[in-house]
Design a binder for this molecule. Structure first.
Ligand code: UDP
Length: 315
């Protein structure tokens, strides 16, 4: 049986990835400090398939809890919601620097394939649209989002250096906005906020004028791309955007959420957070070519699933 180590495997994307790895008959070791994740997300897995290790991946990894061999290391651990990475700013900087180094060192020791979960935030507030991987970005290095943006950029630089110096088989995925079941209701990102607000009869909070754009990728599509990056040979050193290229304004997104939720659209305007990117849309030409991948789940279908999950949680 093949073994994978997933940092952040108790989180939103991580736990869906763990489901996929287990369904592919892998044994999965999850390292997580539960700062934004929960073991509840893995409750349906037995210890025979998923080993849970409570630790901060920025600290030295507990060798007694690690497997003797591993084929794959996926480094997903990091707060990803703006309110969480603001609250945990230094922890975020560390998990993407020290934590990435620990994950790379583990991959090197095991001779394992390595996947870095990077982000569209590496492009900052982009001056080109859609964003291809060749775009270097437009990032405020000292602003309130820099703890996330710059540490992910550091993580990418470190990963590339491990490839150059140690020849490890690493790939970098830049995730754009992702959504679906198991997002925390208090996560603060636009999808859980709007869905929770629609379910509880509150107005949807739009920051700024709502003309800023995002592109929303359903979590099962995202996991399919990670699986491709884990299994396809010959991708060493490749940096690949993973996201849904259907770009829409936040105002339009609010309309779709209200419609799918079956509620009239009511809006409450709130101030735009500083450095909130004005636009974001992935160029996925490379993912199409190298991963034979593109998103399959439409926004309305993905939102139906997300509403169903949040309804179960009784909002
Ligand atoms: N946003 C909003 N209302 C909310 C939460 C977010 O209008 O209740 C906006 C936010 O300003 C941003 C977009 O929605 O322009 C996406 O925000 P999110 O926090 O989900 O992720 P980001 O893409 O900014 O990392």
């Amino acid at each position: 049986m093949k073994t994978a180590i997933v940092t952040g495997g108790a989180g939103f994307i991580g736990s869906h990835l763990v489901d996929r790895l287990v369904s592919e008959r892998m044994f999965v070791v999850v390292l997580d400090n539960l700062c934004t994740g929960s073991w509840d997300n893995l409750a349906h897995h037995s210890e025979q398939h998923v080993k849970r290790v409570l630790c901060n991946v920025s600290d030295p990894w507990p060798s007694e809890d690690l497997p003797t061999s591993a084929n794959l290391v996926v480094h997903l651990a990091s707060p990803a919601s703006p309110i969480h990475y603001r609250r945990l700013a230094i922890e975020t900087l560390l998990v993407n620097s020290e934590g990435t180094k620990n994950a790379l060192d583990a991959a090197r020791r095991y001779g394992a394939r390595f996947i870095l979960a990077s982000t569209s935030e590496a492009y900052g507030d982009p001056a080109v649209s859609p964003q291809p991987e060749t775009y270097w970005g437009h990032v405020n290095p000292i602003g309130p989002r820099s703890c996330y943006d710059e540490s992910k950029r550091f993580a990418e630089a470190l990963t590339m250096e491990y490839i150059r110096q140690y020849d490890i088989d690493a790939r970098i995925l830049r995730f754009f906005n992702c959504y679906g079941p198991r997002m925390q209701s208090e996560d603060g990102r636009v999808v859980p906020n709007f869905v929770r607000q629609a379910l509880s009869g509150q107005p949807l909070t739009i920051y700024g004028n709502g003309e800023q754009t995002r592109s929303f990728c359903y979590v099962s599509d995202e996991v399919e791309a990670i699986w491709g990056a884990a299994t396809i040979d010959g991708l060493q050193g490749e940096v690949i955007n993973v996201g849904n290229p259907q770009e829409r304004t936040i105002l339009n997104f609010a309309e779709v959420v209200a419609d799918v939720g079956g509620v009239p659209l009511e809006i409450e305007s709130q101030p735009l957070p500083p450095d909130d990117p004005t636009n974001r849309c992935p160029d996925i030409t490379k993912a199409r070519k190298l991963l034979c991948w593109e998103p399959k789940v439409g926004l309305r279908d993905g939102l139906e699933e997300t509403f169903a999950f949040f309804r179960q949680k009784a909002y």
